[in-house]
Design a protein around this ligand. Structure first.
Ligand code: ADQ
Length: 460
């Protein structure tokens, strides 16, 4: 079996417990093949000069970690990746900042990292690059002479052609992407968007066998919806930590129904709209006042980026509005926690909640939706209210699907979820649970790597 080489901006930190599905999944993928190499940013910045790569070995996995200079961190990571690519890929051209110096830093880091990674490659390797930080890494590996298999997986959505072409450098990116043999996306919608973009903007040809002919290369774009380790997540609900958290929350909610949201604090997650919808629920349905609580967990991320600071302020204001209007001596409807919790605590709280509210404006997949399903009690499950614009919605039709911009519609869906009969809840949940368990994280990586191995067999 060929050696697997994974490249992602951040790696699982060597020596630390691997929290989070993706880190575990990629680690397992490497372990399954008897070891491998994981290349990425060390998480450290150096004032000016950087060392080459630092190699740390853990079990049979070699981590090859490279530092960024402070200027690279600013231009490549905070700049182009987070202020240009992240908003555009999430359909938010209005929030994007296009700065030529950021692009230069982005292209420069991809070039430097491509050179560093290429030095570590062996002829029989299978290379799997992840996400929007490394859109040009495949091309840089090719420029250094790499001819072996190259796969890419995009964790975030691929927007429609008209949105993506707003990026001043989109053709350079398209050219870079065409150097991968296999491009993996979360959903069929992303694949369609990508293929239409390549055809309309880059003169690509869609071949009858499903391949694309672009920039003189034959490539393949396919959907590989990412999943979770459902069994493990369910087991978290039984941890002591989960039980203690549930007891603490039960003390403040009493016999009121709990609605839960858990997201990184990001403008793609639709948090203001969600708080407004919860406010609307209490505006419209007097009987629910004093009978339902929203617990929203949202740890701040990327606080140095202006759009994130604005979001934080808006959430503080909206929470204040709903609580100001509807609190009583022994009740405040919204509890908003701007911090992270362990996966055990989250699992326990998901299981306690009657409603899981997952309402991003756009999201590659959204693993919280899957975790909420995995954590439910099969005899008495809660209801998932899910945005039609989360990748997860494509294969979870028995959730209550909502348009997150339709504040009244989301409020009505929460009400419907709170009133749903147990039979209907069980029936809807069973279909969701089957999907989450079948298309889990192991299935995701196996199908991607299987397709990558097939794609490179017998091609020029
Ligand atoms: P994210 O945007 O980070 O991931 P998501 O898929 O929801 O979004 O994953 C978040 C993870 O963080 C989940 O495992 C969740 O449990 C955890 N988490 C969320 N809130 C938390 C909190 N308050 N405290 C602690 N942990 C919390 C990107 C894409 C997604 C895609 C994933 C994987 O944006 O669309 O699903 O990658 O491909």
């Amino acid at each position: 079996m060929s050696r697997l080489v994974v490249a992602s901006n951040r790696t699982a930190t060597p020596g630390e417990e691997r929290a989070g599905g993706l880190a575990v999944a990629l680690w397992d993928a490497l372990a399954e093949r008897g070891g491998g190499l994981w290349f990425g940013w060390s998480g450290e910045t150096a004032e000016r000069e950087t060392r080459g790569v630092r190699v740390v070995t853990e079990d049979n996995v070699e981590f090859a970690l490279a530092d960024l200079t402070e200027a690279e961190h600013e231009g490549y990571y905070l700049g182009y990746a987070n202020r240009a690519l992240w908003p555009v890929f999430h359909y938010r051209i209005d929030l994007a900042r296009f700065d030529d110096a950021d692009w230069d830093a982005y292209a420069g880091v991809n070039r430097r990292f491509g050179r560093l990674l290429h030095q570590l490659l062996r002829r029989e390797d299978l290379v799997w690059v992840h996400d929007y930080h490394f859109l040009l890494l495949g091309q840089e590996l090719r420029n250094n002479g790499w001819q072996g298999p190259l796969g890419f997986f995009l964790h975030i959505p691929f927007p429609p052609s008209e949105v993506f072409s707003a990026l001043p450098q989109h053709q350079r990116i398209a050219r870079g992407l065409a150097e991968f043999d296999l491009l993996g996306f979360q959903t069929q919608r992303d694949v369609r968007n990508f293929c239409r973009y390549m055809v309309e903007q880059n003169g690509a040809e869609a071949l009858p066998d499903g391949h694309l002919r672009a920039f003189g290369r034959t490539i393949r774009a396919e959907a590989f919806p990412i999943g979770i380790d459902a069994q493990e997540f369910r087991s978290f609900t039984e941890a002591d930590e989960a039980r203690r958290a549930v007891e603490r929350v039960q003390r403040f909610i009493g016999d009121r129904a709990l609605v839960i949201g858990a997201d990184r604090m990001d403008y793609s997650k639709g948090l203001p709209q969600r708080l407004k919808a919860f406010g609307r629920l209490l505006d419209d349905y007097e009987d629910l006042r004093g009978r339902v609580n929203l617990l929203q967990i949202a740890p701040p991320s990327r606080e140095t980026v202006g759009a994130y600071r604005d979001l934080r302020e808006e959430l503080d204001r909206l929470t204040g509005r709903v609580n100001g209007d509807y609190s009583d001596l022994d009740y405040s409807p919204v509890r908003y926690l701007a911090r992270g919790y362990s996966r055990e605590v989250l699992a326990g709280l998901y299981r306690l909640a009657r409603v899981g509210l997952v309402t991003p404006l756009h999201d590659g997949m959204n693993l919280v939706a899957k975790e909420y399903v995995a954590a439910q009690d099969p005899e008495d499950p809660g209801v998932l209210v899910l945005s039609e614009f989360a990748g997860a919605a494509e294969r979870m039709p028995t959730a209550l699907l909502v348009n997150p911009h339709d504040i009244g519609g989301v409020a009505d869906a929460i009400r419907r979820a709170l009133e749903m009969s147990r039979d209907e809840r069980v029936e809807r949940w069973r279909a969701l649970d089957a999907e989450v368990r079948t298309n889990d994280i192991a299935a995701w990586r196996r199908s991607f790597l299987g397709a990558l191995e097939r794609t490179v067999g017998g091609k020029e």
